[in-house]
Design a protein around this ligand. Structure first.
Ligand code: IPD
Length: 266
């Protein structure tokens, strides 16, 4: 344990993510159903998304009452301390709904708008990914790094799809062009985890249009601390328009191709 200013934030994020993960496992009803929909009928929220966000908000709020909080399920509380928590209590809700194991709790602490600490907890895989800006990336406490770049034609690239039909139509067109040019494509259903897989050397790259800050804040920091390049369109940071992370050597051609294909628009 250290007294560095970020250590307390990291430890709070780790414990909040662990508790939320436990709740999501133990509290999942056998007959889990959709509680609400958001941007479209397939953009679902379950009662467990809401319960997990509540738990995280209360846990952090009790320890850091002056911090801001932005949560996927609606919490948006301004703070006065300069720290803002950016939380996806259940990234991969559709996987969770169907009983697939690839879902995660994602918690980032931002200072002045930039992620300082990121934690992605993957309870069903018993994996905890965390990173602190400038301090490296860790999986279950062990330091990890991204892969060495293969030729672009041998890169394994993950992506994700939004919930709006028009957006999906264009995303499918982009994949149609990309697939013949790389080793293969993966679609896990959990953007936060995809970013961590790049940072720890299990994927060569990931991109998605339309991810929200709560989806990518923690995972993008992890990918970057693992040695990957992270960004959006040329010269721009990761954003809802386009989030990309890839190993150096794959990032550049991937970004060029995505730009040429207009992957940032619908
Ligand atoms: C979703 C996942 C998915 C991505 C979607 C996201 P949610 O988050 O990250 O991989 O493709 O765009 O919305 O809705 O499960 O929290």
């Amino acid at each position: 344990m250290t007294d560095a200013p970020w250590a307390a934030l990291r430890d709070i994020a780790l414990e909040a993510a662990k508790r939320a993960g436990e709740l999501l496992i133990t509290g999942r009803p056998d007959d889990l159903t959709v509680a609400a929909t958001k941007s479209s009928p397939i953009d679902v929220v379950t009662e467990m998304d809401l319960a997990a966000e509540d738990l995280i908000r209360q846990y952090i709020g009790a320890r850091r009452p002056d911090d801001g909080f932005l949560g996927e399920e609606g919490a948006d509380v301004p703070g006065s301390s300069g720290v803002r928590w950016v939380v996806d209590p259940l990234d991969g809700t559709v996987n969770y709904l169907y009983g697939l194991p690839g879902w995660a709790v994602s918690i980032a602490a931002e200072v002045d708008g930039e992620a300082l600490v990121g934690v992605v907890e993957v309870p069903m895989r018993k994996e905890t990914f965390y990173a602190v800006r400038g301090g490296g990336a860790f999986r279950n406490g062990e330091p990890v790094r991204c892969r060495t770049a293969p030729p672009f034609s041998q890169a394994l690239i993950a992506t994700g799809f939004g919930y709006l039909t028009a957006r999906r139509d264009h995303q499918a067109a982009v994949v149609r062009e990309l697939l013949p040019q790389v080793r293969d494509i993966r679609r896990s259903g959990t953007g936060a985890l995809d970013l961590c897989e790049v940072g720890c050397g299990r994927l060569d790259g990931f991109y998605e249009r339309g991810l929200h800050r709560w989806d990518f804040a923690a995972g993008a920091l992890f990918a970057s601390e693992g040695g990957a390049l992270v960004g959006g369109r040329f010269g721009e940071p990761a954003s809802e328009e386009l989030t990309m992370a890839a190993v150096p050597g794959v990032f550049e051609p991937l970004q060029g191709l995505l730009d040429a294909l207009g992957a940032w628009h619908d």
